[in-house]
Design a binder for this molecule. Structure first.
Ligand code: SF4
Length: 379
């Protein structure tokens, strides 16, 4: 039988105040109207949000969805957003370029980037007439921060005559200095295209050293690269994969190409976030692990309820700066606007357009796994 222990009234602690809940602190309450408007959304996140937590979250979701209508705004939710942001307030979900392109096609006046700063810049590059907001200005990226436009100008001086390809995970300033952009889906295709078009056997691919190494293992074109790294994907190792396989016999290991090459050597499949998601949907493996950002696993798991997910993933601290609270604040106060100088925007857009002009691939391709480590030059 349960015992009730009554300690009597808790003495007041001088100066102590109950911390207001995020919705309450914004004057938002779980009213009958909010409940009616949000009840249908709860099943989308029931694996991540308990029924007890829902009354604290629903008012924020309702507040954001109301402000979106008032401001004619769309929320772009990157694959690495937590499921509450991704599934409850995101109007579009996916990778950064796909999101920016989808937002550009809408007649929305405002874009809220639920992602990091370079992604907001990409949205601005493609939608110069829309107001682009980022909920937290500190949402940066170790990879984008590894290189500047001035660095690229120096590289071009020392390697004149070679085409410069930049990964989309870079600032507008860097894109503006490059000939063409690439994504983790089409990096091999872009490198081979520019090598052929320029009649060269070497291509500069910036700034991710590991993506460049993995591309180099998939092409005969010689790659020159930079020492940038994604702080999330660089943490995985081939040894991690072996330990996961020992602990979870039969698990299918999927890796992102920003991981070190020894991870791809041990993986069953490697590809962009779209390719990983596509793989799980198409093949429905019994048990899978996604070696990428944690929330990507949660979001793919929510869409594939029959698949068991092992989750030794890494969190991106920059992505995790974005929350329902600061998305609400950004829309309410129309802060923090991201702008790109027009001359930079035009040149950066030219690099993106050059990539978009290439033939589209029907399904997101994978990278070679179990490949030998490729030779490349890191600047
Ligand atoms: S996951 Fe890596 S590449 Fe993406 S924003 Fe975070 S640090 Fe940058």
């Amino acid at each position: 039988m349960a015992r009730i222990i009554d300690f009597g009234p808790v003495p007041a602690i001088p100066g102590a105040r109950r911390k207001a809940k995020p919705a309450e602190a914004r004057g938002l309450a779980y009213t009958a109207e909010v409940k009616a408007a949000t009840d249908a959304l709860y099943p989308l996140v029931e694996d991540f949000v308990t029924p007890m937590e829902w009354p604290a979250i629903a008012p924020l979701v309702h507040g954001i969805n109301t402000l979106k209508k008032q401001r004619n705004a769309v929320v772009l939710a990157h694959n690495y957003m937590t499921p509450d942001v991704f599934r409850l307030v995101g109007d579009f979900q996916g990778d950064s370029l796909q999101l920016a392109r989808e937002a550009a096609r809408t007649d929305a006046k405002v874009i809220v980037q639920a992602g990091v700063h370079f992604m907001a810049e990409t949205s601005k590059i493609l939608s110069p007439d829309k107001t682009v907001l980022i909920p937290d200005l500190r949402a940066g990226c170790s990879l984008a921060a590894s290189i500047t436009g001035a660095d690229v100008r120096l590289i071009k001086e020392t390697h004149s005559g070679l085409p410069v390809v930049t990964y989309v995970n870079t600032t507008a300033d860097v894109k503006a200095e490059c000939d063409i952009t690439c994504t983790s889906s089409n990096a091999v295709q872009v490198v081979e295209h520019v090598a052929k078009e320029w009649g060269v056997d070497r291509v500069i691919l910036l700034p991710d050293e590991f993506l460049a190494r993995n591309v180099a293992a998939n092409t005969d074109v010689r790659i020159i690269t930079w020492h940038g790294r994604c702080e999330v994907h660089e943490k995985f190792s081939g040894e991690d994969v072996r330990q996961i396989r020992d602990a979870h016999p039969g698990v299918i290991v999927l890796a992102h190409p920003e991981c070190p090459p020894d991870v791809l050597e041990e993986a069953d499949f490697a590809g962009s976030t779209s390719a990983l998601s596509h793989y799980v949907k198409q093949k429905s493996p019994h048990k899978v692990v996604l070696l990428t950002e944690c929330s990507m696993s949660d979001n793919v798991a929510a869409e594939n309820p029959g698949v068991e997910f092992v989750k030794p993933c890494n969190l991106c601290p920059h992505m995790k700066r974005i929350s329902l609270e600061n998305i609400y604040d950004a829309l309410r106060d129309m802060k923090h606007e991201v702008t790109v100088p027009e001359d930079v925007r035009v040149r950066a857009k030219a690099a993106i357009d050059a990539m978009l002009a290439l033939p589209k691939m029907a399904t997101p391709p994978g990278f070679k796994v179990h490949a030998d480590l490729a030779q490349l030059v890191v600047m």
